[in-house]
Design a protein. Structure first.
Length: 401
């Protein structure tokens, strides 16, 4: 009996000893360099620890009873020593780990030019006002570059140039751009083309500016809206004819060009030209509802179109479906037209069965209002729309008029 007692005591002692293991401290970070004011994550990758004490190097001290990731923001530039100690259960065994991180300023690329528009040939002086950077790369937009801090550059062709400055320090970089217009010393010529994006009101038009030798652009769209962009996109929300005028200028004069755009009325009807069945849930060959025919042939699908008060079309039928997609088109009563567009309509799918063994079952109903399909950003009215829910999916092909 005494021997058993000593054996149990020894086993218990070993158990207690195993619960008070020597920890191994470990810290991981994604980098050793971080921008000032950014959040730095320290991963506690320690093993066998029970309790942890952190010193984040800026006076912040934390204690945790688990290996939680520590997130801390440093607001001052400098080098910080991060120290973490892991303690055993009895706190009589300790392991510490430390790393150094560098908190640095992000460079900010900035510059000024003595002229954003000048006559060809054009000499431009660039004044670098970047912060926290000691290396600079200039791309003048004409295939030439410089690493000077404050370069000058001469343009010899009349064009619009995009100048890019990349300012860097040891760890990070920053970019900024400015456009410089170099023109020949004579007045500009205004012209543009209008490309319809939409097909009904509200209708978007993309204007392509083909003017020559201009430095400023003033668009009037004839609907009370204006733009100073080079190639504007504009949405006309009313039908009718609009006078669009572009006036261009440079230091040597100005020129104007006018063009008329016609915006058609919004459609009053929607024609469903085709219905393309794309998918439906697996059928149950022995069940009710969505099932196979009585002779176990592939499923048949019947569809109808209705409004809130009556069925408008009920002759749609997809027979013995064994592959997708399946098309329904050019049948009696089809294509089918919906009007008015503000009404709510329903496209319903039924499981078509032999009435002698199973009734037809309504499987799913898709409500929709055609007016809700109309784009508001000037894009074309959709020529198709996909209905999808609960494993059922089909596409309707549309014509608006």
């Amino acid at each position: 009996m005494k021997n058993l007692f000593f054996l149990l005591a020894a086993a218990f002692g070993l158990f207690l000893s195993s619960c008070n293991r020597q920890p191994t401290a470990c810290i991981n970070t994604e980098s050793l360099v971080f921008p000032v004011n950014s959040s730095v994550s320290f991963e506690n990758c320690s093993e066998k620890g029970r309790y942890y004490e952190w010193d984040l190097g800026d006076g912040t001290q934390l204690s945790y009873s688990n290996t939680a990731t520590v997130v801390h923001a440093y607001t001052q530039v400098g080098t910080y020593n991060i120290n973490m100690c892991a303690f055993s259960r009895k706190e009589d065994k300790t392991s510490c780990s430390s790393i150094n991180i560098e908190i640095v300023n992000l460079p900010v690329a900035e510059f000024n030019v003595d002229s954003l528009a000048c006559a060809n040939p054009c000499a431009v002086q660039f004044t670098n006002t970047s912060s926290f950077a000691d290396e600079f790369l200039w791309d003048f937009g004409d295939g030439r570059s410089s690493t000077e801090e404050n370069p000058s550059h001469t343009y010899t062709d009349a064009e619009l140039y995009t100048v890019t400055l990349t300012a860097s320090n040891t760890y990070y970089s920053s970019q900024t751009t400015v456009q410089i217009s170099v023109i020949d010393p004579y007045p500009p010529t205004a012209t543009f083309v209008a490309q319809n994006v939409g097909n009904f009101m509200p209708m978007g038009i993309q204007f392509e500016n083909l003017s020559a030798n201009a430095t400023a652009f003033d668009w009037s769209f004839g609907d009370g809206f204006y733009s100073s962009e080079v190639d504007p996109y504009h949405v006309f929300y009313g039908s009718g004819s609009y006078t669009v005028e572009l006036t261009v200028t440079n230091p040597y004069g100005e020129d104007s060009y006018t063009q008329y755009v016609s915006i058609p009325n919004a459609p009053s009807a929607l024609r469903i030209d085709e219905i393309e069945l794309l998918d439906f849930p697996p059928v149950d060959p022995n069940g009710t509802g969505w099932d196979a025919d009585c002779d176990n042939s592939p499923a048949d699908v019947f569809f109808s179109i209705a409004n809130n008060t009556q069925v408008l079309f009920n002759s749609g039928f997809f027979s013995d479906i064994d592959a997708f997609p399946v098309w329904y088109q050019n049948s009696t009563g089809f294509p089918f037209t919906l009007t008015p567009l503000s009404n709510q309509y329903f496209i319903s799918l039924f499981d078509q069965d032999d009435q002698s063994c199973q009734p037809n079952d309504l499987m799913i109903e898709f409500p929709f209002i055609p007016q809700n399909l109309v784009p508001t950003n000037g894009d074309p009215y959709p020529d198709s729309y996909v209905f999808s829910n609960s494993g059922f999916e089909f596409r309707v092909h549309l014509t608006w008029y």
